[in-house]
Design a protein around this ligand. Sequence first.
Ligand code: ADP
Ligand code: ASP
Ligand code: MG
Length: 419
Amino acid sequence: MSIVVQKFGGTSVGDVERIRRVARIIADTYDQGHSIAVVISAMGHTTDELVNLANDLVQNPAGREFDALLVTGEMVSASLMALTLNSMGYKAVSLNGQQAGFHTEDLHNRARILEIDTGRVQYHLNNKEIVIITGFQGINSKGDYTTLGRGGSDTSAVALAGALGAERCDIFTDVKGVYSADPRVVPEAVKLDDITYIEMLELSRVGAQVLHPRAVETARHANVQIRVRSTFYTDDLGTLVMEQHSLEPNMRAVSGIASDENQARIAITGVPDQPGVAAKIFGTLANRNISVDMIIQSLNKQEINDVAFTVSSNDLNDALEALEKVKSEIQADAILHDTSVAKVSIVGIGMIDRPGIAADMFSALSEGQINIKMIATSEIKISCLIEKAQAKQAVQTIHNVFFPEACGATLVTDQKLGY
Ligand code: ADP
Ligand code: ASP
Ligand code: MG
């Protein structure tokens, strides 16, 4: 019998009525003759509430005890879902990350899944039970609970689908699929029928919250077909994340626009222009597992440079502490930081070899009187660092340029634009 993995996010199971609705979706899929493993998030804003509770008691909660707290949210929703299905006459069992065999790295708060021992899940599936698994969690080599990072239930679901050799992995959420921009920021954003793994990966990395980046990475690696779809409009087929666009000739230059307000800029001023300095700075950050983006090195005065880069604001304190320690070694004048910034990005494989795209993005920002502080590009992505207060306006303005049909203007095809 084919195995289907279904994942339901926090809003989808936000209250009792919604849990009933989701139970019906699961039961209907089971009735169609599938074996079903369900991965579930914590109800509504439960994880935020747990984080706030810890923050009320201690500064920067982290590590083992913080994970021990956060994993409880998913345990509540998984058992409530199993109870509901049982009451509807379906055999269902809830399993937490440990019981479901999710083995992760030792690292707390953002561990990667190393392996899923699917024996227990498989046993219940063979028994014709519906298996409800807590997302976002696993255990490490010491047997302690770990979490995968915020939004990590998507990754739990995709990794499980890969390990079980599932036919598909449906990610049910509170929007109808992946849109050209966050539909809460750009109400006229266009729902995409499909998107390639590589574009989705970039979009998630630059802030499109709809899928966890590691879920996309895992899907590509394990060849899992993901469909992002709505819990509330189940007739809508949502968005398929796939290897290649179905209609290559009609490919747009840009598939999506995203912003990330969770960014900080660090500038190290007055560092000597000599070999080894960059290696020291970025090696120090890498040792602390801090990812760096948008690096710029500029000449301050003869043989003296300024180095500026961005990190996630969650990593800012850690990064500053680490850099303070190497400041004298690299003979830097000062380490400055700024958290009033946001990154706005466009992503699309259609922009490869089309140099006009960057200019169009910059013109859109300039028309909106939005100053660009830093720029980073890859083959399929252009990111600009701007003032945080202007992030939403920037996404809307850029969307108007690349999706003109959505704001009522005539669709300008690539050909008409002459790219
Ligand atoms: P879940 O709780 O189901 O995991 P999330 O809140 O993590 O849901 O992700 C869904 C949200 O992602 C949507 O409500 C939407 O506001 C946001 N989002 C951001 N960018 C996009 C996009 N390009 N397409 C669709 N949704 C997006
Ligand atoms: N509950 C966790 C969070 O809110 C994991 C998830 O929902 O994906 O981040
Ligand atoms: Mg999510």
